[in-house]
Design a protein around this ligand. Structure first.
Ligand SMILES: *Cc1c(COP(=O)(O)O)cnc(C)c1O
Length: 230
């Protein structure tokens, strides 16, 4: 496993997908999903020029922060965040991508107020309406985005989605297109076109996500190799 080579290959695929969609590859932010990969792997990805790293478990992130795993790149939180762990994340990451409920949104605002900061976030949409997944249902998303406008210590910079496991090649393209429509509509109607990031696409489907309009992709195994679950 060579992280620099893998990263290079992913960049080339991103460039191809961007070009096919008539966009510039520099518009696409590559976030390395580094869960279950150690600090050395994170540093290797940063040395190879990854744009940001994303973690999805609070404990693992805190341990790797202590080890200086993320020095030189912005850190994002991309996993399911429990309200009782909000204080361990707010202020420590550049972007919380996975804000999927009003309760979580309000808790983040409260904690950011205590710290005297504005926490940048994305709203997560449960686009496949899967009961097992977190995120706002599409029908609740406008209300969530509206509520966030009243909270002075959060800044919504866009949307994030994890569609269902695809059963056929390109099986998630229609989900990506749905999220892209929500991104455009909410960004225009509520946020004066100030949205910046549409985060969708992982190792298996980031090209389709880019085709649908993603400008931030979260790629794990294609960069770090398959995760070994023990
Ligand atoms: C692990 C993870 C990814 C990347 O998954 P791969 O299939 O390994 O690319 C993306 N987003 C989130 C939220 C993740 O937890």
């Amino acid at each position: 496993m060579n992280i620099a080579e893998n990263l290079q290959k992913v960049r080339e695929q991103i460039a191809g997908a961007a070009q096919a969609a008539g966009r510039r590859s520099e518009e696409i932010v590559l976030v390395g999903a580094s869960k279950m990969n150690d600090a050395a792997a994170c540093r290797a990805a940063i040395a190879a020029g990854i744009d940001a790293l994303g973690e999805n478990r609070v404990q693992e992130m805190l341990e790797k922060l202590e080890q200086g795993a993320y020095e030189g790149a912005p850190l994002h939180f991309i996993g399911h965040l429990q309200r009782n762990k909000v204080r361990q994340v707010v202020g420590r990451v550049a972007l919380i991508q996975s804000v999927g409920s009003l309760a979580l949104l309000e808790e983040i605002d409260r904690r950011a107020a205590q710290l005297g900061i504005v926490q940048r976030i994305l709203l997560e949409v449960n686009i496949g309406e899967e009961p097992s997944k977190s995120g706002f249902a599409s029908g609740e998303l406008f209300a969530g985005a509206e509520r966030a406008l009243e909270l002075p210590h959060v800044e919504v910079q866009g949307l994030m989605a994890i569609p269902p496991e695809a059963e056929t090649p390109h099986g998630n393209l229609h989900y990506f297109q749905k999220v892209a429509r929500l991104y455009v509509d909410i960004g225009r109607d509520l946020y004066d076109n100030r949205f910046v990031y549409l985060s969708m696409g992982m190792s298996g489907d980031f090209r389709d996500a880019i085709a649908a309009g993603a400008n931030m992709v979260r790629v794990g195994s294609a960069i770090f190799g398959a995760r070994k679950y023990v």
